[in-house]
Design a protein around this ligand. Sequence first.
Ligand SMILES: Cc1ncc(COP(=O)(O)O)c(C=O)c1O
Length: 408
Amino acid sequence: MTDSSFPLSGFGSTAVHSGHEKDPRYAHLVPIYASSTYVYDSAEQGMHRFNGTEPGYIYTRWGNPTFTEAENKIAALETFGLKDATGNQLQAAGLLHASGMSAISTLMIALLQKGDKILSHYSLYAGTEELMSLTLNGLGISHTLDDLSDLSRVEDHFKKDASIKLLYLETPANPTMQCVDLEALTTLAHQYKVLVACDNTFATPYLQQPFKYGVDYVVHSTTKFLNGHGTSIGGILLGRDLERMKGSVGKAHKLLGGNSNPFDAFLLINGLKTLELRMNRHCDNAESVALYLENHPAVAKVNYTGLSSHKEHALASRQMKRHGGMLSFELKGGMEAGVSCINRLKMCTRTVSLGTCDTLLCHPASMTHFAIPKEKREQYGISDGLIRMSVGIENEADILSDLEQALA
Ligand SMILES: Cc1ncc(COP(=O)(O)O)c(C=O)c1O
């Protein structure tokens, strides 16, 4: 149990200790509070909890001690080492959700109303694009996707269309590793009173902290690197506006009912403790794999922000600590070569999802992005032959030799 007055100077220590509160029964780890509701000593106490004059849990859809540790730990990591305008430690609040999609849905429904518009970019996680084009569109919330690398074009959107209320970013983006400039875009959006949200799933707070650049909201699919072991689905929505997080955003979270569950929260907490160690190993291995693939005669193109050949290498190097564990590549033989490579893998795993200890490969055109029409996919850089790889933490030599035999 860390004394709360002890200053944690490192990201790794923060990942291990932050968010933990002493358990009243002296359990070392936060228990899995498998309880839907909480009791009161008196009717008055119940009344005080409901009207907020006494802190305390009420009902697990509204909050749970196991969720709280995960929420506070991720908030501490996303704000680690950051200062607010007055020079104090930046504060953020987190709301744990049942999935990344649930966190993104709460964000968009809480912030937007009928007639509002979202500005976003190409090559987003396909579920996010579908949420905007199918579900939100039906509710009268529209969106525009564009190439956000041209700031004057972005400014034109803001100037011409006052209905844009949210700039939604994902960087690096799934599955092409396209990056957008968090600082420049946020500064511009704020000039037009547009809120900015960023999906930080691929980078994690160890590699990139969107709040550093003034971003208002951060979302994660915690299913991925934050959990790190593929043991649960989850998401988190974090915001710097604590009043709004407690108010309208918190209310939407409670009413939409996309809360997490105590077991998944417990698994997430345990995964988070090793985030720094895991991310460094993911990065080491991905750097080697990217270089190997770039020099392989069967490979036409490698998308990895750590390669100097990547269009946004300089930008990613500026806004990220390292380049992460995700990459994608295209084989010269197109779809057929891609399918055959995936089928020949012996150690690496054929599956969607990402951020687990083992190396995972998938084929976005037929799997994660199958619902996006081919011409749109190609416009986003997702060709039929593209393979996405989540590079794991196995020994580098084993990953390379599995690729070697699969590409032979
Ligand atoms: C970048 C990104 N954001 C959001 C999601 C959605 O997360 P979940 O599957 O936890 O709902 C995913 C899922 O793959 C993703 O890759």
